[in-house]
Design a protein around this ligand. Structure first.
Ligand code: AGP
Length: 600
């Protein structure tokens, strides 16, 4: 979690660092800080709250005469949210910021008397420990190397040491990149942000110690040269255009990014599928792995692979998989799904299965991410940068990727006829236009339904078969941006316990596609209605006759199995958005969350 920026040589150190920190707010936003420095002086400013607070606080402070700056936006892991625990940690000799977690900080704190015993933050302990080493060793390089040998965890540090007027970058597990042009260097934990500044970039590798001194950059961990590569990502995802929130903008972008993703797949990526992927899919089992929304995409993928292929398939939460025993005698392909490609639980699960020589594939929206570097094969989604913390367009692109993969594998393994393959591919091709119309038509309905949800204390989502993960995702969306208590259930499970929750203060959204389980879904709705629970039925069935008290939304477009997740998820995104808007929550940056969860 957290976001890091560093700049050496710029005419507007403060403005640029604060600009970058605002872009990094998706990584956490409970406190922030900057340190400006030059060879004789370090000045640190910190504040609690969002970057706008830091901006106000540092407004009257001039950055003239300073040569560099480091900055940080925090998502608290160790130590409460307050000014002291905000980064950078600094004194007159040293300033540093850190992303990630130092796992053995308590051991270090107990071992060295110079480290105060009353501090709670792992980074503050690291700061005191490095100060101690800088006093002990004449050469700061030795202090840094010893520091690195002692600390354990997943982290990225950016450090300025006054004694030798040097800047250090350390990496293990957390992403950090360095871009440069002539004498100017920019450092950031999100490499895509650096493309607006320089077009040459280096992504630090685990174990790297980079030192920048007098415009000179070198590696201290080994003698290899730092090979800068081209960084030509060009987009401006931070422009909200006519939309009030990134989330709404990103919901509306779905037809376009799904179209782009599908076009890339059929014109490039999956052309000659058999030659490219036969070996990878020569397995008996597929396991789909992710966290949160990406896990829900994986669950949808499970239904796709189950329908279109003859392979055994299951889905797993990354945070659970990595503590399970693997059956590594079975030939298995693990498909990881991650928008950011940096989620620590997913990354660790990927490393875990790799240890057992399992085949790995990553579906991601971030081609420069750690997971891409780990996995055997990468399948990109082309959702472009997603800024809102609540995943919308990245999710539907992940689902599209899994739909294509399952069709390709089904066709290759002959478990799917050419006719059915072509029929489904055609449906996917028509999807963007269908969704564009759906967003337009459904938006006023979503506003109306959102008002109905204000009348209740809890909101449940029910679905069967492929609609079950859609229900889970609908519930996650609602709770994360509106803080409304919400849960998702498989329809068939209601009578086994959850129905006890139903009373007049609850709303249940029944997702009832027009398939062989439609009647059963309606029965669920009736049972809830009979217990005075409020009901919304989402369906494409034009006439819903059963019951009288339900709110029926029966004008969704006609769906097929393969496009059901898109047709039902987007209305749920819109309902959540408009409900949260009424509640007045911070939709793009909901409390306690972060876009990319890089701690376990
Ligand atoms: C989605 O709305 C959530 N914010 C969250 O569940 C997210 O999907 C999860 O943390 C996984 O992120 P990733 O796709 O970047 O791995």
């Amino acid at each position: 979690m957290c976001g890091i920026v560093g700049i050496i040589k710029s005419n507007s150190l403060k403005t640029e660092a604060i600009d970058i920190l605002k872009k990094l707010e998706y990584r956490g936003y409970d406190s922030a800080g900057i340190s400006l420095f030059e060879k004789n002086r370090i000045k640190t400013i910190k504040s609690v709250g969002k970057i706008s607070e830091l901006e106000k606080k540092s407004k009257n402070f001039s950055d003239k005469n300073f040569t560099g700056i480091i900055g940080h936006t925090r998502w608290a892991t160790h130590g409460v949210v307050n000014r002291n625990n905000a980064h950078p940690f600094s004194d007159e000799n040293l300033t540093l910021v850190c992303n990630g977690i130092i796992e053995n900080y308590l051991k270090i704190q107990n071992r060295y008397v110079d480290i105060p015993s009353n501090i709670q933050s792992d980074t503050e302990v690291s700061f005191y420990f490095l100060s101690y080493l800088l006093n002990k060793y004449k050469n700061p390089d030795h202090a840094i190397k010893t520091f690195l040998k002692t600390i354990k965890g997943n982290y990225a540090f950016v450090i300025f040491i006054k004694k030798n007027d040097s800047f250090y970058l350390l990496k293990n597990g957390s992403p950090i990149s360095l871009s440069h042009k002539a004498k100017s260097f920019y450092i950031c934990s999100d490499s895509s942000i650096l493309s607006s500044y320089h077009n040459k970039i280096y992504h630090l590798k685990d174990g790297d110690i980079i030192k920048i001194n007098n415009n000179f950059v070198k590696k201290l961990n080994n003698n290899s040269k730092i090979s800068f590569e081209d960084n030509s990502v060009s987009q401006n995802p931070y422009d909200k255009g006519k939309f009030q929130h990134y989330m709404l903008k990103e919901i509306h972008e779905q037809p376009k990014v799904l179209k782009d993703t599908q076009e890339k797949y059929i014109s490039e990526f999956f052309v000659d599928f058999e030659t490219k992927f036969k070996n990878l899919f020569n397995v008996n089992k597929i396991v789909l792995v992710g966290c949160g929304t990406a896990y829900h995409a994986g669950m949808i993928g499970e239904y796709y692979f189950n329908k279109f292929t003859n392979l055994d398939v299951s889905s797993e939460l990354a945070s659970e998989l990595r503590y399970k025993n693997l059956n590594y005698n079975q030939k298995t392909l693990y498909i990881f799904i991650s928008q950011s490609g940096e989620t620590m639980d997913t990354l660790m699960a990927l490393k875990y299965v790799k240890k057992y020589n399992q085949k790995t594939l990553i579906i991601t929206n971030s081609l420069q991410s750690s997971m891409v570097r780990e996995a055997d094969v990468t399948i990109p989604t082309y959702a472009l940068k997603e800024v809102g913390v609540a995943s919308t367009k990245a999710f539907t692109c992940q689902v599209l990727s899994l739909a294509n993969l399952s069709l390709e594998v089904g066709k290759m393994n002959k478990s799917l006829s050419n006719l059915d393959y072509n029929k489904n591919m055609k449906i996917l091709g028509l999807l963007p236009a269908k969704l564009k119309k759906l967003i337009k038509d459904f938006s006023p309905i979503a506003k109306y339904l959102a008002k109905k949800i204000t009348l209740v204390n809890s909101c449940y989502f029910l679905g069967r078969n492929i609609a079950y993960p859609i229900a889970l995702e609908g519930s996650l969306k609602l709770k994360e941006i509106s803080y409304m208590h919400s849960e998702g259930f498989p329809g068939g499970e209601m009578k086994h316990g959850p129905i006890a929750l139903i009373d007049k203060n609850t709303m249940t959204v029944c997702i009832a596609p027009n398939n062989e389980l439609y009647e059963k879904s309606l029965s669920n709705a009736q049972e809830i209605s009979a217990r005075n629970g409020k009901i919304i039925i989402l369906s494409s069935v034009k006439r819903i006759n059963k019951g009288s008290t339900e709110m029926k939304v029966s004008n969704l477009p006609k769906e097929n199995f393969i496009d059901t997740p898109f047709i039902y998820s987007i209305p749920l995104q819109l309902i959540s958005y408009y409900f949260a808007l009424n509640e007045g929550t911070d939709i793009d940056q909901p409390r306690n969350l972060a876009k990319s969860v890089t701690v376990e």
